[in-house]
Write a protein that binds this ligand. Structure first.
Ligand SMILES: [Fe+2]
Ligand SMILES: [Fe+2]
Length: 181
């Protein structure tokens, strides 16, 4: 039972660090998932934590209601995360913005379709489905997010720029607007 850390109500509790990762998890964090931008890494770790919570709920037969609650938190966190990344992309005139956004939209449509299917009882969340979601996130972070991260660092708005205290300019603007997370 020591791994059972579902917050109640879960939506109001999710934040970075609430979900310790351990070796029995479906989705393990590895350094090659790092995008070298701390704020985005923290968001990814939070999302991975929710996927692991969802997996644990299904694996340990805690019922579709608990699973639905975690799925709602995952969907909400993913939406906020996608908006955050897309904001950074627009801010830095990222050429891959449209293609990257389309990937985000596909995943959001999948999660919302699953919510609807659970509501009308035409589907359940199972381990196979979670493997498929895990694979999507792993591939998306490793390829698409890292690709954007390389652009972001070059743009002068990345993590390294923000350490130039008092320098003014775009790095300080970035610090101010990402506080909403
Ligand atoms: Fe991401
Ligand atoms: Fe992304």
């Amino acid at each position: 039972m020591e791994n059972q850390v579902y917050p109640t109500p879960l939506k109001n509790k999710y934040r970075c660090g609430d979900f310790p990762l351990n070796s029995s998890d479906l989705f393990l964090w590895t350094d090659d998932l790092s995008v070298a931008t701390q704020s985005v890494d923290e968001q990814h770790r939070n999302l991975i934590g929710l996927i692991n919570q969802l997996h644990a709920a299904i694996r340990d037969h805690h019922g579709q209601d608990i699973a639905r609650e975690i799925l709602d938190a995952l969907t909400e966190s993913a939406q906020a995360h996608f908006m955050f990344e897309e904001g950074l992309m627009r801010l830095t005139f990222y050429a891959g913005y449209a293609a990257h956004k389309a990937q985000h939209e596909t995943m959001m449509e999948e999660m919302r379709a699953l919510q609807d299917a659970l509501d009308d009882k035409s589907a359940t969340i199972n381990v196979e489905l979670l493997h498929s979601h895990k694979n999507w996130w792993e591939q998306h972070i490793r390829v698409s997010d890292r690709s954007f991260s390389a652009h972001y660092e070059k743009s002068g708005l990345g993590e390294h720029a923000k350490t130039r205290k008092g320098a003014g300019g775009p790095a300080e603007k970035k610090l101010a607007w990402w506080k909403f997370w």
